[in-house]
Design a binder for this molecule. Structure first.
Ligand SMILES: Nc1nc2c(ncn2[C@@H]2O[C@H](COP(=O)(O)OP(=O)(O)OP(=O)(O)O)[C@@H](O)[C@H]2O)c(=O)[nH]1
Ligand SMILES: [Mg+2]
Length: 421
């Protein structure tokens, strides 16, 4: 049930139908068999049950008719509302955040992924315990801490959860440190990193698979991907890069999840190029774009978002010319229309990546003694040799393009050799 508060937030906001469909997609993502889905218009908000009495009664009949095992309310439920609805309908009730946490719990494969999801779920649970606790205390007309027979069960639960959260945070720190060590080792042969980000189901994994011949799960399912995956890829110029596929975003992503995944996401987003992959054929494409950009901003990428990220307008095979023109017109940065499914537009994307990476390069001119093989080898391995002339004395005159990071490394290793920039 999608509670429709009757709010319309501007021309690019989602249709109610789109919201209901997305909620159905979420439920199906953990294998639930959705028997009925509807938006329920709320004229007033009832603090105790969210829905009014008449609506409650009507929904109860529907629930009994299909013998539902679980009811999903696609919005926020307070712990009290959740409990009251369960009592009223005699069925398990969960809200949107609870559902998304379930999906992530079912998807987590790596050790780190599992830790992150558990941290998010416990943080969520703790916030709810606190609230229902104060509620219960108020009902009894007292303050929990005045008198009372020792710790209440809820206080114990709270403390246990708190301990577990602290432990998870320490473990995650440890995992992160180990990974940084590995990353440090990898950076010895540094390759630019390109990260694919975007709304769930936009086609990131399909594009990732097409570009790298990988076999990452790509399905018509929300949150198919959870853990970031990286793979090498050779661009037309011969330049090697690393492509990274990431977890998708969704509207009203639970804050607990963003917080728990923050470290992983921030690492991915340190990429040299961030490609925003969009389903340009989706009716709510613009609203999805706004949601993704909001998450990126919250992760510290305001500047890049304001400047306009390069956008892959995916699924153009489902768009007519007019639709594509309309989508392209609304892109601030570079628009890269393509179809990850048919392969149309992929070459243009690769060329774009090559050029974008070349633009960041600095060109140096050096003269190298023939005896200095190590120097020459370093430049061939780490830079792009743009020209080379060997004179009669055997000296090699080179112009070489270097990525900013490589340039500083070069200046450290071969301090005397740079002739001109
Ligand atoms: N028609 C069409 N469908 C596509 C295209 N690219 C991807 N799809 C389909 O879109 C669905 C989602 O694709 P995924 O690659 O799993 O999407 P994702 O962005 O990785 O999704 P999450 O991992 O859930 O965030 C799949 O059914 C794909 O076959 C495309 O260019 N055209
Ligand atoms: Mg994916």
């Amino acid at each position: 049930m999608h509670p429709d508060l009757g709010r319309q937030e501007g021309p690019d906001s989602r249709s109610i139908e789109g919201r209901v469909n997305e909620a159905v997609g979420l439920a199906e993502a953990i294998g639930l068999d959705v028997q009925r889905a509807e938006a329920v218009r709320l004229k007033i908000l009832r603090p105790a049950t969210l829905f009014g009495t008449g609506v409650l009664e009507r929904l109860k009949q529907g629930i009994e008719e299909v013998q539902a095992a679980v009811v999903i309310v696609d919005g926020h439920l307070s712990p009290v509302q959740q409990r009251n609805l369960e009592r009223e309908w005699q069925v398990k009730v969960i809200d949107r955040t609870g559902l998304i946490l379930e999906i992530f719990g079912a998807r987590a494969r790596t050790h780190e992924g599992r830790l992150q999801v558990e941290l998010a779920a416990l943080t969520y649970q703790r916030s709810r315990l606190v609230r229902s606790w104060t509620h219960l205390e108020r009902q009894r007309g007292g303050f929990g801490f005045l008198g009372g027979p020792g710790e209440s069960q809820l206080e114990i639960d709270r403390r246990l959860i708190g301990d577990r959260i602290a432990k998870l945070k320490r473990e995650l720190e440890e995992v992160k440190r180990t990974r940084e060590l590995h990353r440090g080792a990898r950076k010895k042969v540094p390759q630019p990193v390109i990260a694919l980000v975007g709304y769930t189901n936009a086609g990131k994994s399909t594009l990732f698979n097409r570009l790298t011949n990988a076999d990452v799960m790509a399905e018509d399912m929300l949150f198919a991907t959870l853990d970031p995956t990286m793979r090498g890829l050779t661009l037309p110029s011969g330049r090697r890069v690393i492509l990274s596929d990431t977890v998708g975003f969704i509207s009203a992503l639970p804050t607990q999840l963003v917080a728990a995944f923050r470290a992983t996401l921030e690492e991915v987003l340190e990429a040299d190029i961030i490609l925003h992959v969009r389903d340009a054929s989706h009716p709510d494409s613009m609203a999805q774009k706004a949601d993704v950009e909001a998450v990126l901003r919250s992760l510290g990428l305001e500047k890049q978002v304001d400047a306009g990220l390069p956008e892959v307008l995916n699924k153009v095979d489902r768009l007519d010319e007019e639709g594509l023109a309309e989508q392209t017109r609304r892109v601030t940065g570079t628009a890269l229309p393509l179809s990850a499914l048919t392969g149309q537009g992929i070459d243009a994307l690769l060329t774009y990546l090559d050029e974008a990476l070349r633009d960041r390069q600095q060109v140096i001119a050096v003269t190298i003694d023939p005896a200095d093989g190590r120097h020459l080898a370093w430049l061939y391995a780490h830079g792009e040799v743009l020209s080379r002339e060997d004179d009669e004395t055997g000296q090699a005159h080179l112009t070489v393009g270097l990525d900013p990071m490589e340039l500083s490394r070069y200046q450290r290793q071969f301090p005397q050799s740079v002739i001109g920039l």
